[in-house]
Design a protein around this ligand. Structure first.
Ligand code: ADP
Ligand code: MG
Length: 249
């Protein structure tokens, strides 16, 4: 493998996905994401953004094409899904924390089960991650005692606790009160600044403009256009993208 190929952490090749009910969610989608890149995926509701993201860690099957993540074809029969999902962290709109566990326990659970790392070492790493997302004083809080923004920051830290190579975010701020959105986006900006490879489905165009290396526009199951943020937002040379931006900006 050449250096260039090794640098492509996500390689989606001509993927089609038709759900059992006949809905075509993805039509010949191809997308490459290189190490350290931040790619924001935008588009109207129902355009296939979540489905695309979910195919990347095999939460969703594909009908045809190939998805190669970290050099591995993730829809092959013999994929180690636990290993894949440890290396590809995912954060959802709904925070999905374990309600009966503390913030720190939420972070420590998976690393203790999956890795052979000693508990003390896992604890130290997880405490550092809670501090990193601004929640050093919330180790012992249960999710119900935290605001939505705090819960989402715990969810991000929990994904990071597995030391992933890639982070996927599916509308991570859409369920938050407006005043809590920035505290989550700030954590994501921090990660991006550290060089994390990220795919972010979002309606936060300010975030996309400021943080993305590339913005991808999906419509009706297709990638219609992709470009660097400046050209994407300021000089969109695509009719359908202009229509979308005209509605939301
Ligand atoms: P987005 O995230 O852009 O809103 P989705 O990827 O969730 O879009 O959905 C794409 C299309 O696939 C939509 O028409 C949606 O209704 C359909 N869809 C999503 N999940 C399923 C499912 N599990 N079964 C059937 N249809 C689905
Ligand atoms: Mg979605």
């Amino acid at each position: 493998m050449t250096d260039t190929q090794a640098d492509v952490l996500i390689d989606v090749r001509g993927v089609c996905k038709t759900f059992a009910n006949g809905v075509v969610a993805l039509q010949d989608v191809s997308l490459q994401v290189r190490r350290g890149e931040v790619v924001c995926i935008v588009g109207p509701s129902g355009s296939g953004k979540s489905t695309l993201l979910r195919t990347l860690n095999a939460l969703e099957t594909i009908s045809s094409g190939d998805v190669v993540v970290l050099g591995q074809s993730v829809h092959a029969a013999r994929v180690d899904l636990d290993r894949l999902r440890a290396r590809v962290g995912m954060v959802f709109q709904s925070f999905n924390l374990f309600p009966h566990k503390t913030a720190l326990e939420n972070l420590m659970l998976a690393p203790l089960v999956v890795s052979r790392t000693p508990a003390a070492e896992v604890r130290t790493r997880c405490e550092a991650l809670l501090a990193k997302v601004g929640l050093a004083d919330k180790h012992d809080a249960h999710p119900a005692q935290l605001s939505g923004g705090q819960q989402q920051r715990v969810a991000i830290a929990r994904a990071l606790a597995m030391q992933p190579d890639i982070m996927l975010f599916d509308e991570p701020t859409s369920a938050l009160d407006p005043e809590k959105v920035n505290e989550v986006l700030d954590v994501m900006k921090l990660l991006a600044g550290e060089g994390m490879t990220m795919c972010v489905v979002t309606h936060e165009m300010g975030f996309a403009r400021a943080v993305a290396d590339r913005v991808v526009f999906m419509e009706a199951g297709e990638i219609v256009h992709q470009a660097a943020p400046a050209s994407f937002f300021d000089a969109p040379d695509n009719e359908r993208l202009r229509g979308f931006l005209g509605q939301i900006l």
